[in-house]
Design a protein around this ligand. Structure first.
Ligand SMILES: Cc1ncc(COP(=O)(O)O)c(C=O)c1O
Length: 359
């Protein structure tokens, strides 16, 4: 068995599997930056009824053309410049396949959504992590300096950033596109919550810019698995050659097409989630024993004087699942809470009050 395992590429053997810690049975699940609202029951019923008419025995198109067309129309970006994936996580392997290999240098700010670093390592690239400033915001100058080096194939940023919730300014993103030696990938999973301008309007001017978005957050389709990548058509058409066919199944495409007909649903949820974030941030901000990072996403990062693992398990005992972020070296002691429904946020505040009263 041992020799078989040794046949597996060392880059793979050296990784850790992606595991989200914590019991799923906990009543209030505020640990994965999900949208707390499911699709309204009437729409869900319509979707399921119309879906029943779609044959299950036939392959979907190799690429989900109808969804690409719809996204192209609603975003105002050419269809040839859009690739849709089985969640945006899945698209990161296309990035890896196209842009990362042994010998390529990849620049990423720290701390950031850990998947990108793992993908870079899996494809054999060398990761250059750029430390944040003392308030956890991006060190724009240091990122720019590093990404200008020849040999850098790609600089990846998530803005707003997960896990900090902080955004990179539009100007810094533009300078990155202008000055970087290679591609600039901006993961905009949380762009609906962002107060900064999206990098979208730079797409026309900078063929090295790639934007990744997901339907898992504001759209609330985390379980359905849909994300997309936008870039210059010539670049995306090259990337298309690295895509597996049939990654988007007929159900996912159908759900997205129906939800995109009802933009008011997503707008309403974003409004409610933004209110939730505002309330959580304000409440934490006035607590003298709590340090809170101002968020432009659907989650808030905070810390108290108690170790994060102890706090996280105390929250869980009170039925509230929050995420311990101490695994990131820069985030020792930090917890991350996603905004939930009003009831879930109340449960979070109740648990927090009770924990603080015991300190
Ligand atoms: C920055 C970022 N990108 C992507 C994702 C995951 O997106 P998807 O569900 O589309 O794979 C997350 C999820 O937490 C995220 O924080």
């Amino acid at each position: 068995m041992r020799s078989l395992i040794e046949l597996i590429r060392p880059e793979v053997r050296n990784e850790k599997p992606y595991i989200v810690a914590g019991a799923v049975e906990v009543e209030h699940k505020l640990n994965q930056n999900e949208c707390p609202f499911d699709i309204p029951p009437d729409l869900k019923k319509d979707i399921l009824e119309s879906f029943a008419k779609i044959p299950f025995n036939r392959y979907p198109p190799a690429q989900p053309h109808r969804l690409v067309k719809k996204l192209s129309e609603s975003l105002g970006h050419p269809a040839e410049g859009i690739l849709v994936g089985n969640g945006s996580n899945e698209l990161t392997h296309t990035l890896g396949l196209c842009l990362m290999s042994s010998g390529s240098d990849v620049v990423m700010p720290r701390p950031m959504f850990a998947l990108y670093e793992s993908v870079a390592r899996l494809y054999g690239a060398t990761v250059h992590g750029i430390a944040p400033l003392s308030d956890l915001s991006f060190d724009g100058d240091a990122i720019l300096k590093e990404s200008k080096r020849p040999g850098v194939s790609v600089t990846v940023v998530t803005s707003p950033n997960n896990p900090t919730g902080l955004s990179m300014s539009f100007d810094v993103i533009e300078r990155l596109c202008e000055e970087s030696a290679g591609f600039v990938v901006v993961d905009e999973a949380y762009h609906e919550f962002n107060l900064e301008k999206s990098a979208f309007e730079l797409l026309r001017s900078y063929p090295n810019l790639i934007i990744i978005r997901t339907l898992s957050k504001a759209f609330g389709l985390a379980g359905v698995r849909l994300g997309y990548m936008m870039g210059a058509p010539a670049v995306m058409q090259e990337f298309l050659k690295a895509r597996l066919p049939f990654m988007v199944d007929v159900f996912a495409e159908h759900v997205a097409l129906e939800l995109l007909k009802r933009p008011e649903i997503v707008e309403e949820r974003v409004r409610r989630m933004k209110t939730g974030i505002h309330e959580i941030t304000q409440a934490l901000d006035v607590m003298p024993d709590v340090e809170v990072v101002p968020s432009q996403a659907n989650f808030v990062l905070f810390r108290m004087s108690v170790p994060a693992d102890v706090l996280a398990s105390q929250f869980a005992k009170q039925g509230v699942l929050v995420r311990n972020m101490s695994g990131y070296p820069e985030l020792t002691g930090y917890l991350r809470v996603t905004t939930g429904t009003d009831d879930e946020n109340k449960a979070f505040f109740r648990a927090l009050d009770s924990l603080r009263s015991q300190l």
